[in-house]
Design a protein around this ligand. Structure first.
Ligand code: CA
Length: 365
């Protein structure tokens, strides 16, 4: 065999290897390939987002379209918004039980299953989108995430990131840490626990209640996402101060989860398609957030009666100290959570020194 023939043969064998999902060197026959693509898959994707929710819901439909196109129509995925098939917060259980083959959400919604899930979405003073991708894809995060989800019959891949969120909407100035005392704020999860340590009250309000609660004074303040989604919610009409940064959610990861049995039963090329489409979704969501947040922050700045404010470094330092306490208490819950905390924390501390010599200096220009 000469060099040209060798290259030609290698290409054919490599392609067939993917289709057959095997590492052997058998060349796939037309019959093999036909039988592999003959079986059709009609899957359900349940999500934690309201139907057609900007960016997050849109991304789910794009994912389904990409999978359809890449698989030449072999795999069709029907996307369900929260409440259409099951309530949003039942996604994890529905995919775990196989009632739906896949789901999309954010891992911190499943803190009740294991506190460790929160590290795969966001923790206060955690990492930004770029650093979370670095930890997950290249720093051991994904292996831990999949180890955890395997216990529930699931496999997950990152599929988006809300990027740096905003600190929230307030009707009074936050000049010192004492200004949080007695403040009723809609801020979920670990951010809420940190607020409680600062003397505030964390209030849970679902998305559709926040505006009315803030308008009526049931809550004094709220966080939501970033300028794009916050503008759509209209918070600038009823709150005076828009604070930055979103110390509690610096880079919340979104997830695609699959029922492990269903995923494992797929031919290898469909597994690769699902994983690849998830990665494209991750990139698309990050890019959308970055572009739209910039555009809508300018709109908010142009609104009369809204002032942009920054939390002072002193306030952020104290919130960070409370966060360290909260995370430390959480890590003591069980051995696996401690293992994830250690991996996350080591990576976060290490990457900070790289950021100090790269992005940080650059952004100060
Ligand atoms: Ca948020």
């Amino acid at each position: 065999m000469d060099r040209k023939q060798f290259i030609k043969a290698s290409v054919v064998t490599a392609g067939a290897g993917i289709l057959l999902g095997s590492c052997n060197n058998q060349t796939a026959t037309t019959q093999d390939i036909t039988s592999l693509i003959q079986k059709k898959y009609n899957w359900k994707m349940v999500t934690t987002w309201p139907p057609n929710f900007p960016v997050l819901g849109e991304a789910c439909q794009l994912f389904a379209d990409w999978v359809d196109q890449m698989s030449l129509g072999q795999m069709k995925i029907k996307v369900y918004g929260a409440g259409e098939l099951i309530p949003g917060l039942e996604v994890f259980d529905a995919v775990s039980s196989g009632a739906a083959e896949m789901g999309n959400g954010a891992a911190y919604y499943w803190a009740g299953k294991s506190p460790a899930t929160q590290f795969f979405a966001a923790v206060p003073f955690g990492m930004n989108a770029q650093q979370m991708n670095a930890w997950i894809y290249s720093g051991g995060g994904l292996a831990l995430w999949q180890e955890l989800y395997k216990k529930f019959g699931l496999i997950a891949f990152p599929a988006g990131n809300t990027t740096m969120q905003m600190g929230g909407w307030f009707n009074k100035e936050i000049n010192t840490i004492d200004d949080f005392k007695g403040l009723k704020m809609r801020i979920p999860g670990l951010g809420g626990k940190v607020l409680t340590k600062a003397g505030g009250t964390a209030v849970l309000s679902s998305g559709n209640e926040i505006y009315t609660n803030l308008e009526r004074g049931v809550i004094d303040a709220t966080e939501w996402i970033g300028p794009y989604h916050d503008y759509v919610m209209g918070f600038h009409k009823i709150a005076k101060y828009y604070y930055s940064p979103g110390w509690h959610e610096p880079g919340s990861v979104l997830e695609n989860m699959f029922n492990l049995k269903e995923f494992e039963a797929l031919p290898a090329h469909l597994k690769v398609i699902l994983e690849t489409a998830s990665a494209r979704m991750n990139l698309w969501v990050i890019s959308e957030f970055e572009a739209k947040n910039n555009e809508y922050l300018n709109k908010i700045k142009a609104e009369k009666g809204v002032e942009l404010r920054k939390f002072s470094p002193e306030i952020l330092q104290i919130l960070k100290k409370y966060t360290d306490e909260v995370l430390h208490e959480m890590a003591a819950t069980d051995a696996f959570t401690k293992k994830v905390y250690d991996s996350f924390n080591t990576f976060r501390n290490d990457i900070k020194s790289w950021a100090a010599y790269s992005e940080k200096l650059y952004h100060e220009l």
